[in-house]
Design a protein around this ligand. Structure first.
Ligand code: PMP
Length: 356
């Protein structure tokens, strides 16, 4: 029996994508070789990579002043690769401190230059998105995490700044329409909304590069990857292929407008249920609730394990909160069917009736 998958990433993927990916492992496009066996410089793979790169641009409606890279090292590597490429030692970058992942990005940036904290929600355990930002005019860029996967908050507006915007969109990329051309650099691990684990999408406005004085190791230099059309070394061929299949699926289903409509529908159902049940409480400010990762707790702390056991009995995985914050969390990425959320809500209602 297929489980209800509320994992935070790697996460649920469309059934069609899994089917196509599994067929390609046996025989890729009927060429008589597995996708795992083809050379990364063959026309077969170059076509995969080029289609994936151009689909990213198409979905984000970006022009040719942007380049799309499929890199390795996870979003975590971008925490250091961004400042290494964009920030000199004596320069300042502004960072929003709104959760665990943003804090990690700040820690790495400090290795390369000066960090100015533009806003922080630390005072209240990162349960809200601040409205006031301070961004020095001379800041090289402003970095923020559009969706805080662990804490369950999401920016529903774009921070105002007169400096280039850099965003970690790991957990809400391709889940909504946005004016992506407002960003100078966007990065996201593929393993939530854009495919399987093993590759990271980096979207760069080319004119922000080439301005730092330090010597950047070749493999970490964005310009080298751009020049090599994202084929500087052997890329994670299969992960890029699964990402391509996922992007094709997004486009075919109706693009980002449709992904956004579904995300809203799932989140409305979940949060409405949460708010009507005494046995559960949400963890973050309502206006800043994430449409992707909903965090909550049982009203009675002693009931948490019991609730998790019941979820498990119903074939529901990924309901436990991140190990750093505890509590409960359900992730509702692009391909999570509304019926999965409905099933979870039914379990919650039943739990409420019996123990609320
Ligand atoms: N940023 C955010 C917002 C994330 O959710 C995650 C992973 N959950 C990361 C960064 C780190 O990604 P990776 O494990 O791919 O390095």
């Amino acid at each position: 029996m297929k489980m209800y998958n509320f994992n935070s990433g790697p996460a649920v993927l469309p059934a069609e994508v899994l089917q196509q990916a599994s067929e390609a492992i046996i025989d890729f496009n009927n060429i008589g070789l597995s996708i795992l066996e083809i050379g990364h410089r063959t026309e077969w793979f170059i076509n995969v990579l080029e289609e994936a790169r151009s689909l990213v641009k198409e979905l984000m409606q970006l022009d040719d002043s942007y380049e799309v890279l499929y890199l390795q090292g996870g979003a975590t590597m971008q925490f250091m690769q961004v400042p290494m490429n964009l920030l000199d030692e004596n320069e300042t970058a502004a960072y929003c401190d709104n959760g665990i992942w943003g804090s990690k990005a700040i820690k790495e940036a400090k290795l390369f230059g000066q960090v100015h904290i533009a806003c922080s929600s630390k005072d209240q355990g990162h349960t809200y998105i601040p409205r006031e930002l301070s961004v020095p005019q001379h800041a090289r860029y402003l970095h923020y995490t559009t969706n805080n996967t662990v804490e369950g908050t999401q920016w529903h507006f774009i921070p105002e700044a007169n400096v280039p915007l850099v965003a970690d969109m790991s957990s809400d990329i391709f889940s909504r329409e946005m004016p992506f051309s407002k960003y100078a650099l966007i990065y996201a691990g593929a393993q939530k909304n854009a495919g399987a684990a093993g590759t990271t999408i980096v979207v760069i406005k080319k004119d922000i590069l080439g301005k730092v004085n330090r010597t950047i190791p070749s493999i970490l230099n964005y310009s080298n990857h751009i020049e090599a059309k994202s084929l500087l070394n052997t890329p994670p061929v299969f992960a890029v292929y699964v990402s391509l299949l996922t992007l094709r699926w997004i486009k075919q289903e109706g693009g980002l407008a449709e992904m956004e409509r579904r995300a809203q529908e799932r989140a409305d159902l979940f949060y409405h249920t949460l708010d009507t049940l005494d046995a559960f409480t949400g963890k973050v400010d309502k206006r800043d609730r994430s449409l992707m990762n909903a965090t909550f707790t049982t009203q009675n702390p002693g009931h948490e394990k019991l609730f998790l056991d019941i979820c498990k009995e119903h074939g529901m995985v990924g309901v436990k909160g991140h190990r750093s914050v505890g509590g409960l969390r359900v992730s509702m990425y692009n391909s999570l069917p509304l019926s999965s959320v409905q099933a979870l809500c039914d379990v919650m209602k039943d739990f409420n009736e019996k123990r609320g």
